[in-house]
Write a protein that binds this ligand. Structure first.
Ligand code: ADP
Length: 409
């Protein structure tokens, strides 16, 4: 471990890494980095490097952990043994168990777990490189990974710490500041400003806490903007302007028109049409030439004949109309006759059906009566026989009932 520097904040008010008191370390976020996780995030914050994988909602195992009314949220914070200067002891420690618990509680108010009863939502945090503020960094990364997994949340959770270094309140402590500072105060909050995690290590006055919380608000706002930018980049679909869209469809339409190179049939059809057009042109030229030769006016006699023919046609037309009317009348008469016949047939059929039904009913009634009489006679005979035998009853042989005999054995 490096020795304590003389000053953690210079006379200019700058910190060892060049930041001012109210500045956070540079943050870099990558989303969806793990293909097997439902949601994942890789986050670098200063020299911190953190990987988060979110799994679920999925069936909770072991089953005794399942809750009928809600999903179980599990948060596991783990430090890789190589994440710190001195090798970190692998496996859970008091510190990692505590961080896992408070971080889970930081998310419980925002995750809509009630939508997924009997399931588990697992958040796995791996600290690959630690440089102070790993729990806050992990919460910021988990928030993104949860969103990436599509877990319904009331909002994102952002987290940041303030501390006291050389008697000054500063935002987002780095490793030296954390090691040699007087206090460390991590906070997590929803995007509505509700605090979901608050811890304090060291000594602070109420005024210092007040001042520190103001810095936290600023820091969390900046982090939220970074988170939202990353999520927008992944999930927002660009809005296209309608004009641009119309142009695109036109281009598409042009592209989809079959080109002649690839449509030999179309080429043949076009050739045929061209030939037909040429022929038409030739013909029209010929007719105009012929018209030019017989340019004489038709004679009056010819005209009269044409008129007579036309009149005759008109007469014929009248005769045809009369014939059609007569035919129509005949047809109508025939139709009415046919209809009357059909109606008579239908009536006869209905009557026959009704009669048949009545007969069937009568027969059924008679049969029922006969059966009833027979039954009554039989019963009377049986009673007479029993009376003749005596007042005792016939008891069923117990050996006949299988189960009782088997049980007795
Ligand atoms: P946070 O990382 O959330 O600030 P701490 O305040 O407990 O949590 O830890 C501060 C820093 O101390 C860590 O970021 C890490 O760099 C270092 N640290 C924590 N645990 C160990 C450990 N077992 N060995 C070495 N360094 C550690």
């Amino acid at each position: 471990m490096s020795d304590k520097p003389d000053k953690l904040i210079t006379d200019d008010g700058l910190r060892l890494d060049g930041r001012r008191a109210d500045e956070i370390r540079p943050m870099k976020i990558e989303i969806g980095v793990l293909s097997r996780a439902d949601g994942s995030c890789y986050l670098e914050w200063g020299r911190n490097k953190i990987l988060v994988g979110v799994f679920g909602p999925r069936e909770a195992h072991p089953r005794r952990l399942q809750r009928a009314d809600t999903a179980v949220i599990r948060y596991r914070y783990n430090m890789a043994s190589f994440s710190v200067e001195d090798r970190a002891r692998p496996g859970p420690s008091r510190r990692s168990i505590e961080i896992s618990k408070v971080s889970r509680e930081a998310f419980e108010p925002v995750i809509m777990a009630e939508l997924f009863p009997k399931t588990a939502i697992d958040i796995f945090v791996e600290i690959l490189q630690a440089d102070a503020g790993t729990r806050t960094a992990a919460i910021n990364a988990s928030s993104i990974a949860l969103a990436d997994a599509g877990i319904p949340m009331k909002g994102l959770v952002t987290s940041c710490a303030f501390g006291k270094v050389d008697g000054q309140i500063v935002l987002d402590l780095n490793k030296e500041e954390d090691n040699y500072g007087e206090a460390d105060f991590p906070v997590a909050m929803t995007q509505d400003g509700e605090i979901t995690l608050l811890q304090m290590d060291g000594h602070l006055t109420p005024e210092e806490i007040k001042k520190g919380l103001e810095l936290i608000k600023k820091g969390c706002k900046e982090i939220l903007e970074i988170q939202q930018t990353v999520l927008r980049k992944k999930f927002e679909t660009p809005v296209e302007e309608p004009e641009a869209k119309a142009e695109e469809t036109e281009i598409e339409a042009e592209e989809t028109e079959p080109s002649l190179e690839y449509a030999p049939e179309a080429a043949v059809v076009e050739e045929v049409i061209e030939e037909a057009e040429e022929l038409e042109e030739e013909l029209s030229e010929e007719t105009t030439e012929a018209g030019a030769v017989t340019e004489t006016v038709p004679e009056a006699e010819e005209l009269e004949e044409i008129v007579k023919e036309a009149e005759a046609e008109v007469v014929d037309g009248e005769a045809i109309e009369e014939a059609i009317e007569a035919e129509a009348e005949e047809e109508a008469e025939e139709e009415t006759e046919e209809e009357a016949e059909e109606e008579a047939e239908e009536e006869a059929e209905e009557e026959a059906e009704e009669e048949a039904e009545e007969e069937a009913e009568e027969e059924a009634e008679e049969e029922a009566e006969e059966e009833a009489e027979e039954e009554a006679e039989e019963e009377a005979e049986e009673e007479a026989e029993e009376e003749a035998k005596g007042p005792w009853k016939v008891v069923k042989d117990p050996s006949e009932s299988g189960s009782r005999g088997e049980n007795d054995e």
